[in-house]
Design a protein. Structure first.
Length: 427
């Protein structure tokens, strides 16, 4: 019987595992480290968040992104975006140094069991744990507009379904969406010779400004402080005080989670899109159907005017919608009993514990409870420390100072170096 199973090995899962190991919990960690960053983002993309706001979290703060960059001859500098491939490699480096051995098998089912939970792996092994932390990232929550659902994947895909855009060279592609994923995907497509257009509901595209210098007069910092989600006091509150955010009225939290930090492109993508990519703001897909050469889209603008266009492929860069009913690895009975917020996402308590005792949640699925920071890597630091405190509270205090994994003790991160490493991963 384990104290904790961590399901998921992205930034949130690895950070939780690091804190849990340092707290002396008997744990197992499942998932392919940094899988969505390695498999679901095209080459050439960059991390939108600042390097200093993109750290995975270990209790000692030893395995930061800047430490990885220094070790590998790279630069982590304010206002200089990091390639997604390097961020994924950083996550693997973090896993090797700060996390007990990661089991790369997929957990296919989590159900209530004797003394807590029973988890089933893809090859049929059963494990038992007193608590579970689900850090399943964004992929279970892919959102595609209703009008595009049901069309064959050869015609319509989500932006997160592509690690490589080469298949679209020389073709005609329509990207639906007005956020960073849509705009950067369009830029990459255009740069490889794809005929591409962007169709967005918003009447105009929004672009983030170049961030202010890191060092600046004190009065500028007071008026608009830096934060992990961008400059300004509002962003600072969302980024640095998620515990206080949770105390806001439920209606206010839901509104902010939906509207704050809305679709926008990074400043360093703008010149690669404007004047290069055909832009159709103020248009929404009303209907779509397959035609011999691809897809026919029926669009409507804000004034109600209809327009028809044909394209060979549609990429829906339309984000993710975290809902209880999309947590498919949870046993149906367990999933059906979870208390939900009005937007369908699961309600979580102050320690990220769901309404089912011992089941903890992390990442995007908690954004309506703890705010916009949970949509970004930056939220992993607050989540990991807070969630592990909650696990310990649920279990009862355990001695700290050594980590236990798969029945064997290893030094906790921040102490003497560990000679073991995760199951083989590609870096």
């Amino acid at each position: 019987m384990y104290d904790l199973l961590v399901v998921g090995a992205g930034p949130y899962g690895l950070s939780i595992a690091s804190h849990a190991a340092a707290a002396g919990l008997n744990l197992r960690v499942f998932g392919r480290p940094m899988a969505s960053w390695r498999d679901n983002m095209p080459r050439g993309m960059f991390l939108k968040s600042e390097p200093w706001a993109s750290n995975l979290s270990d209790p000692a703060g030893r395995w930061r992104l800047d430490a990885y960059c220094a070790e590998h001859g790279l630069t982590a500098r304010h206002a200089q975006p990091i390639p997604v491939e390097e961020f994924a490699a950083y996550g693997l480096w973090f896993a090797r140094h700060a996390v007990p051995e990661v089991d790369e098998r997929t957990v296919t089912r989590v159900a209530p069991g004797p003394g807590g939970f029973t988890a089933l792996t893809e090859d049929g092994e059963e494990l038992h744990a007193r608590t579970v932390a689900l850090a399943v990232g964004v992929m279970p929550f892919v959102e595609v507009p209703q009008a595009l659902r049901g069309l064959h994947p050869a015609l319509v895909t989500h932006s997160s379904h592509h690690s490589d855009l080469d298949r679209f060279r020389g073709r005609d592609v329509t990207v639906v969406g007005g956020g960073q994923a849509a705009l950067e995907t369009a830029a990459l497509l255009a740069e490889q010779g794809t005929r591409v257009r962007v169709l967005a509901r918003a009447e105009r595209l929004v672009w983030n400004d170049v961030p202010p210098p890191w060092e600046r007069p004190w009065w500028q910092s007071v008026r608009s402080p830096h934060s992990g989600l961008g400059p300004g006091w509002r962003n600072w509150f969302y980024a640095e005080r998620p515990g206080l955010f949770r105390r806001l009225p439920e209606q206010a939290r839901a509104r902010i989670a939906t509207t704050a930090l809305g679709p926008a492109g990074a400043w360093w993508v703008r010149d690669r899109v404007e004047g290069v990519v055909e832009l159709l703001p103020g248009h929404e897909v009303a209907a779509a159907c397959a035609v011999p050469d691809g897809v026919r889209l029926e669009t409507v603008d804000r004034g109600g005017a209809l327009r028809t266009l044909e394209t060979e492929h549609v990429i829906a860069a339309t984000g993710f919608r975290p809902r209880c009913d999309r947590l498919g690895l949870l046993d149906g009975g367990l999933r059906g009993t979870l208390a939900a917020l009005p937007d369908g996402s699961p309600a979580v308590g102050r320690d990220f514990e769901s309404s089912h005792p011992g089941l903890f949640l992390a990442g995007l699925v908690t954004a309506s409870g703890f705010g916009p920071a949970m949509r970004f890597v930056h939220g992993a630091t607050f989540t990991a420390a807070t969630l592990v405190r909650g696990v310990r509270r649920r279990l009862g205090a355990l001695p700290a100072g050594r980590a236990v994994t798969a029945g064997r003790a290893v030094p906790a991160p921040g102490g003497s170096s560990r000679s073991g490493s995760p199951s083989p991963v590609r870096g």
